[in-house]
Write a protein that binds this ligand. Sequence first.
Ligand code: FES
Length: 115
Amino acid sequence: MKTVEKKVVTLNVNGKTYDFLVGDGIHEVSEGETLAVTLRDRLHLTGLKIGCDQGACGSCTVIMDGLAIASCMTLTLDCAGKSITTIEGLADSETGELSGLQQSFVDNCGFQCGF
Ligand code: FES
């Protein structure tokens, strides 16, 4: 019996490394899966929202290697080896204290907008 080796995509999200198998299984990242879906549905990082799902509204914005991107327009497979920060990742990792940006979202009811 021949063993088929699965491809793996590795992401660093909010300082933690995650490996995802690539494929069509329920626990695998498909080739067409967007980063927004991976972050929300697989990692339960629901701070980003899927609003327009067309790259226009900014509610799915995350930071990838220092640049703001629309995660709804970005394939997870294209993020291999990248460093991604979501809104959750801005909090102080030791105390959990909100960052200035997070506090501004709270103060200004900005939860629907990711940017
Ligand atoms: S959901 Fe609107 S830009 Fe991504």
